[in-house]
Design a protein around this ligand. Structure first.
Ligand SMILES: Nc1ncnc2c1ncn2[C@@H]1O[C@H](COP(=O)(O)OP(=O)(O)OP(=O)(O)O)[C@@H](O)[C@H]1O
Ligand SMILES: [Mg+2]
Length: 281
């Protein structure tokens, strides 16, 4: 009988043949929560992603970095099928969460997006009270049997997002009345409220000041134990601070992926080197 490690090695050897030669580093992790295999994405006839293969490790933070237009957001949106909402967008290849193929017709997209939550660049609270922003998801997914259950979920999610102390006395006030940084934490709480496995964050701090940014980074640090997090960022300092692994993209290709410290201190690919030393981007 093969050990787990041997099994993984065998699996890797079989799959290695599928790895395109434009990716350097290890696309695999032992505890993958999600995976992308041979993913190509097109917007009408324009190709945005080219043969991307990548594992997303469980209870880890992975950062996607690379110049504007390289496909970071496109790949992020593949993981919870947000590209479905874009006219003319076509996806080839396989995206899995645990053993489930996200494109399986048996998969309910609304449930998938609860398992794989998303936080956007611009905080986008619903035009509802702070309470209802958080309660909305648990209500539509039937996660709370009683009002007390729902109250508990709301309180838990706001706690986890580090917002409880700031909003506990104004839960009935509009979410849009909070500061930008508070709104972004509200959006994170909203994602947490439906017990996601994965949280996708697309430049979550780009609209925030440095103090609000530091709070979100602290939060990411705390949440990584319980959730799998994928963060797109243009800040290399941020990627270096918050992530365990870093993936560098260029013109739709995954160029390099590895441990964050390795990618930043000892990049293997010339394109990664040029980007992190600020030669372009
Ligand atoms: N809705 C869309 N319709 C058509 N083309 C699109 C659409 N969204 C993205 N693209 C194109 O796909 C490519 C990848 O875009 P994507 O938004 O994924 O890049 P990105 O790495 O997230 O860039 P940025 O750092 O600027 O956010 C780009 O060439 C972009 O112009
Ligand atoms: Mg983007």
């Amino acid at each position: 009988m093969m050990s787990n490690e041997q099994l993984i090695n065998t699996k890797q050897k079989m799959e290695d043949r599928l790895i395109p030669d434009h990716t350097v580093g290890n696309i695999y992790v032992e505890n993958a929560r999600m995976s992308a295999r041979k993913v190509n994405v097109y917007y009408s006839d324009k190709q945005a992603l080219d043969d991307v293969n990548l594992d997303i490790g469980s209870s880890q933070v992975i950062a996607f970095i690379g110049p504007s237009g390289c496909g970071k957001s496109t790949l992020l949106r593949c993981f919870n099928r947000m590209n479905d909402t874009i006219d003319g967008c076509r996806i080839e290849g396989e995206i899995k969460i645990d053993k489930d193929d996200v494109h399986d017709p048996a998969i309910d997209v609304v449930s998938l997006r609860a398992r794989v939550g998303m936080v956007f660049q611009k905080p986008n609270p619903f035009p509802k009270s702070i309470y209802d922003n958080i309660a909305y998801g648990p209500r539509i997914h039937g996660l709370a049997a009683t009002k007390v259950d729902l109250d508990n979920i709301v309180q838990y999610a706001l706690h986890r997002a580090g917002l409880w102390a700031e909003v506990k006395d104004r839960l009935d006030k509009p979410g849009t009345g909070l500061s930008g940084g508070q709104q972004q934490r509200l959006c994170i709480a909203r994602a947490i409220a439906v017990s996601p496995e994965v949280i996708l964050m697309d430049e979550p701090c780009s609209a925030l000041d440095p103090i609000a940014t530091a709070k979100i980074e602290e939060l990411i640090h705390e949440l990584r134990e319980q959730y799998t997090i994928v963060i797109v960022t243009h800040s290399m300092q941020q990627a270096a601070r918050v992530s365990d692994r870093t993936a560098y993209f260029h013109l739709g290709k995954l160029v390099e992926v590895g441990e964050t410290t390795q990618v930043f201190t000892n990049p293997q690919h010339e394109l990664t080197q040029d980007y992190i030393t600020g030669r372009f981007g």
